[in-house]
Ligand binder design. Structure first.
Ligand SMILES: Nc1ncnc2c1ncn2[C@@H]1O[C@H](COP(=O)(O)OP(=O)(O)O)[C@@H](O)[C@H]1O
Ligand SMILES: [Mg+2]
Length: 319
């Protein structure tokens, strides 16, 4: 599938990657992939690491667009998006508000609940005692994770209250807000979305089959033990429901450009439950949005170009 985007019309492009978050290394891998792809199709693209130079170099050096390949804090959470708005440099992906809300799993869940979109029951813990109280309500096992982190960093499947303090501390090391969630035993799915508002479309669903169901940082990026099925083996009606739920979750947070919605499909009742939306998903060789795009005939290069072409400023009144 080819589009008619003229690479030369993209102007001088900065691929923002690296940054200061715990996901810096992954971001460098994403950025290298994007950079290579954009250059291969003739875009004047350059790597730009906001941890190593001031962002206003973008203006000084005449960059016309930014491809945000940063992940996590200061990259995916609305802060860099706000800076780009102030500098007037059009950028890929979601705006300030959607990025900030999607980064904060607790806030995202609150919004989904007001829209009647299914997400696991949860509690916010600011102490180990509050985590124990949450377990009394949510039961064991319980998922414990930092509200604003990614790549499964700080995540614990809490099996026994003996490990409550350790689980709290592991999440608390990354965020003051510790999210306790009903643990969903079931299939792990992810749904890539391209586009904005009513134009947003879900790509084929991916199922992630990790060793012992343990889709952790290692299995995400560094092993070949995790299997991916795309499209996931689901009957058409259920797949349709999951894609609709994912699109509704993306739109409810006012996400733009592209993103990826993580969903658990509960064993027993086949209920899909929303975990999170990633507004700057991974773009490494192992990454999932490129995999879903490939399944509908969109090459990695084409995907990068399409995302780049959707770069915009989101604040202010359109011309
Ligand atoms: N409530 C839950 N039930 C079961 N597994 C979960 C739950 N929350 C998280 N997980 C597991 O942890 C992984 C990371 O959680 P997620 O909410 O997607 O955060 P992030 O990817 O930002 O670290 C998921 O891919 C899933 O394997
Ligand atoms: Mg996730």
């Amino acid at each position: 599938m080819q589009t008619s985007i003229d690479p030369a019309a993209m102007g001088k492009v900065a691929v923002l990657c690296g940054g200061r978050s715990a996901e810096r290394d992954v971001s460098i891998m994403s950025g290298n992939g994007v950079l290579k792809a954009l250059r291969a199709v003739g875009v004047d693209a350059h790597a730009f690491d906001p941890a190593q130079r001031p962002l206003d170099d973008l203006v000084r050096e005449g960059f016309e667009r930014a491809f945000v390949a940063l992940h996590g804090r200061y990259g995916e959470d609305g802060t860099v998006q706000g800076a780009l708005e102030l500098l007037g440099v059009p950028y890929t992906g979601s705006g300030v508000m959607a990025s900030a809300i999607a980064m904060d799993k607790v806030y995202a869940k609150r919004i989904w609940m007001t829209h009647g979109l299914a997400t696991p029951a949860f509690a916010l813990a600011r102490s180990a005692q509050q985590l124990v109280d949450a377990a009394a309500r949510l039961g064991l096992p319980m998922a414990v994770k930092p509200s604003r982190e990614g790549s499964t960093i700080g995540f614990t499947k809490l099996l026994s209250l003996d490990a409550a303090t350790a689980a709290f501390d592991a999440a608390r090391a990354h965020d003051a807000d510790v999210l306790c969630e009903e643990f969903v035993d079931g299939r792990e799915l992810t749904v890539a979305v391209l586009g904005s508002g009513s134009e947003a479309r879900a790509l084929p669903i991916i199922e992630i089959v990790a060793p012992q169901g343990n889709y952790d940082y290692r299995n995400k990026y560094f092993t070949d033990d995790t299997r991916y099925e795309c499209p996931a083996r689901l009957d058409a009606a259920l797949a349709g429901r999951i894609r609709d739920l994912s699109l509704a979750a993306y739109r409810a947070l006012a996400c733009e450009g592209w993103g990826r919605v993580d969903v658990m499909l509960r064993r027993g009742d086949d209920e899909p439950l929303l975990l999170e939306v990633n507004t700057s998903p991974g773009m490494t060789g192992h990454s999932l949005v490129p995999m879903a795009a490939r399944a509908v005939g969109i090459s990695y290069e084409e995907l990068c170009l399409r995302i780049l072409a959707s770069a915009s400023l989101k604040i202010g009144v359109p011309d």
